[in-house]
Design a protein around this ligand. Sequence first.
Ligand code: K7E
Ligand code: CUA
Length: 662
Amino acid sequence: MKNFKLIALLSITIVFAMSACKPKNLGNAVSADAAAKTYVAPGKYDGFYNFVSGGFSGQMSVYGLPSGRLLRVIPVFSVDPEKGWGFSEETKPMLNTSHGFVPWDDLHHTELSQTNGEIDGRWIFGNANNTPRVARIDLKTFRTAEIIELPNSAGNHSSPFITENTEYVVAGTRFSVPSDNANGDVPINTYKQNFKGYLSFISVGKEDGKMDIAFQIECPGVNFDLSHAGKGKSHGWFFFSCYNTEQANTLLEVNASQKDKDFIMAVNWKKAEEYLKAGKGKKVPVKYAHNTYSDKTHSATSEIKTEVTVLSAKELKDICYFIPCPKSPHGCDVDPTGEYIVGSGKLAALIPVFSFDKLMKAIAAKDFVGDFDGIPVVKYESALYGEVQKPGLGPLHTEFDGKGNAYTSFFVSSEVVKWNIKDLKVLDRVPTYYSVGHLCIPGGDSKKPNAKYLIAYNKITKDRYLPTGPELAQSAQLYDISGDKMQLILDFPTIGEPHYAQAVSADVIKDKSLKIFKIEDNANTYVAKGEGETKVVRTGNRIDVYMTCIRSHFAPDNIEGVRMGDEVYIHLTNLEQDWDVPHGFAIKGAANGELLVMPGETQTLKWTPDKVGMFPMYCTDFCSALHQEMQGYIRVSPAGSNVPLTFSTGKNMPAATPEKAK
Ligand code: K7E
Ligand code: CUA
């Protein structure tokens, strides 16, 4: 019966998906005044920053809104040759993990830091799905400042979501797995006995943003999908959507879609803190990397930590509660008042809205229908505020406008639906092109949304852009939501596959942007603070080149006496103290990327010469009219050669004295 229902739903799905290919109102999709609404004149700033996850590209990209102009791609979990991220010696430790150097990941969710439930513009967090990690990006530099790995986790998907004062960044595991210190060499079909789900509560330093795993909660083995913190009255609680409560370990598309309802798990993290203080946590041996980047030394350090404190949800009975939620819930979103929790069952044809007040009453009255693996299950009707009937097909994610309305994306029916939270009535619907995932309203998951725009992030664009071979662009679509009706005003392709994104008024960030690093504060071990400090030092077969650059030359730009078998470290300090004057560095044949060095910064390229001869090097970033003159040579001699180690800039010209032919 249940399978039949599923098949019926899936076939409706297919019909919908096909009809979604050719919306009838395609010609009217963008009205004539749209251009004026998105036009940002040359030389003018956009009103909003939009931080968009890059999915399996592992980065985060920054767009201006309403223009849709791409401003920056911030490398986070994946190496980025454009910026030397993961190629320079200084940045490599940022990608260290308990598995060693991992050059790639899959980033799904962006979350801006908040103070009192409002976006404060200090940091943005991102999750690594594959090798579970959380990153903090500093919005003064638009660079990844810290990455922390999560033990006992796999597929860090319900992450990183924050509490209203950024007390915690919270991360739930997608895959349940045997815990890291248990014997994982067990049959896969012992899921029910051996697999557990872990939630990580990462504390965030109030001033410096430094992350630390405060505690983990061990939960029954299911898939944790998404989450959001409570706010206002529900501050102190966290909500996670869970699927695969069937606890299947194979063919999940069928086996994890058996039950009519899965769960939203409500977590009382204030209570968990009390238990932690009372010493109820168990210290468990694990191994995880904690990487931080310093803007003083301009280098990253990676530390391997070996212990984490775990609270058991089964033993500490009043931390976690399950609320039944129809059909494989995905998005789990909390409205700006903190009263309403919206679950989005991917296979459901309605949207359940839960009431925090009712949930509290039900928990107090022990209004439970039983337990799931030792966790009480609250009666559905007792926590339910109401259901939005027939909103669309395949609800995924919901954002809020702060005026009492919610906006839910529907993947299967390719549309955004606006509905009223109080009376649960559908108010408006617009098509998306096509197969929308996440939505974003500036501040749309905070207490104070700024609801001028809504952006839909689409997985499939089919006929919307010029064909580009087998893979087509993913896209974002901008809607004006200032009126009663949503109006599509712009369509722009994204870098990587967009999942969640956040946006904030530009005023919150733009004036804090750092323009240069002060050269006098540079504490890199290999800095040269002026051309007088440049040198080349041999230590055995290691050669350290203390090099500087300034428009438009390197010092030194002639180096001789490097031999086969040497390892050469080029430490390049950019002496510029002007905004937006990076210099780049590349050398022929290096099995490495380039360096891109900001004003006042030092970065190091490791190069192992592979043959005898002349190796040109040059600046890769067009920095002045004489950028193309910004170049030099390194001479590589055979092993054991007695060519002395020398270095210079501008020494032998114009009175050149070439070595006489022997
Ligand atoms: Cu819906 Cu990974 Cu947040 Cu994508 S997830 S859409
Ligand atoms: Cu320096 Cu181009």
